[in-house]
Ligand binder design. Structure first.
Ligand code: 0L1
Ligand code: MG
Length: 262
């Protein structure tokens, strides 16, 4: 049973998302000593609220998957959140800026899972064997906290800044690739702003999915067949503005685009 304070945190963050307004981080306003366990409990309540409203989970997502981000946040583990159906934008579609607070885009490789994956002890190789397809994606993160200013536990409670996702149309078997070598560029209005390779994600994007399976196992959960999972950012995230045309080009996986509307 969640405590009143954990419920308060979930309500605080859901209201910020719905009202599209940034808020001061939870560790400054509600609970300075928020633990990782409590933060995931708050995230669970936030997720449950969305399910109760009739939204459907597309899949979990991994965040903070680069060692550079770990150093920056002083942590040694990625985080996860959940992508919902209302967050999906068609490839080539429009992201209405007024729906969000201060969106940023990052390039990622997504995994369409072919069989349940249950930790602990899952490896990247096991993930690849149970992956139906990989596909390119642009994730739009939109922290509910002012200036993206948060601690590790704040961002966990905030559903790992999850906001919108554009999946590409090219589905390929993971066996066709060395995913760690897949390069990606992220451009705005035709100019390459960021670039990277799959190896930026824990050495190989499948490793991030393995970590997710092992983290979910701690609470008796598993990755489910049919889920589409973002494995973590290959590039840094770029702040978006109205009028931007955003394009992610992935070696062998095609292009994903969207425009930022008003
Ligand atoms: O998807 C991500 O890696 C985002 C994790 C949260 C950190 C951020 O909002 O920058
Ligand atoms: Mg991401």
């Amino acid at each position: 049973m969640a405590s009143e304070i954990i419920k308060k945190i979930a309500d605080y963050l859901v209201a910020a998302e719905v009202e599209k307004r940034e808020v001061v981080k939870v560790t400054k306003t509600i609970k300075p000593d928020l633990t990782v366990e409590e933060a995931y409990k708050a995230q669970e309540l936030l997720v449950q609220k969305k399910l109760d409203e009739g939204h459907r989970i597309v899949g979990p997502k991994m965040g903070l998957t680069s060692r550079a981000k770990w150093d920056q946040m002083g942590v040694s583990e990625p985080i996860y959140g959940y992508v919902f159906d209302y967050m999906l934008i068609d490839n080539g579609g429009v992201l209405p800026f007024s729906d969000l607070i201060h969106p940023k885009a990052e390039a990622e490789i997504a995994f369409l899972i072919g069989e349940d994956i249950e930790g602990p002890g899952i490896t990247g190789a096991q993930v690849l064997a149970k992956t139906e397809y990989v596909l390119p994606a642009l994730e739009i993160i939109d922290s509910r906290y002012e200036n993206f200013n948060f601690t590790h536990t704040d961002v966990i409670a905030d559903n790992a800044s999850t906001s919108r996702v554009v999946f590409g149309n090219t589905l390929r078997k993971p066996s066709e690739f060395e995913l760690e070598l897949v390069g990606a560029t992220l451009s705005i209005n035709g100019q390459i702003k960021e670039l990277g390779a799959g190896a930026a994600v824990l050495g190989h994007p499948a490793n991030a999915i393995a970590v997710l399976a092992n983290m979910l196992a701690r609470k008796g959960e598993k990755i489910k067949k049919g889920e589409i999972i973002l494995s973590g950012a290959i590039t840094s995230a770029l702040l978006l503005r109205v009028g931007d045309f955003v394009s992610g080009k992935f070696d062998g996986l095609g292009e994903v685009t969207f425009s930022v509307g008003e």
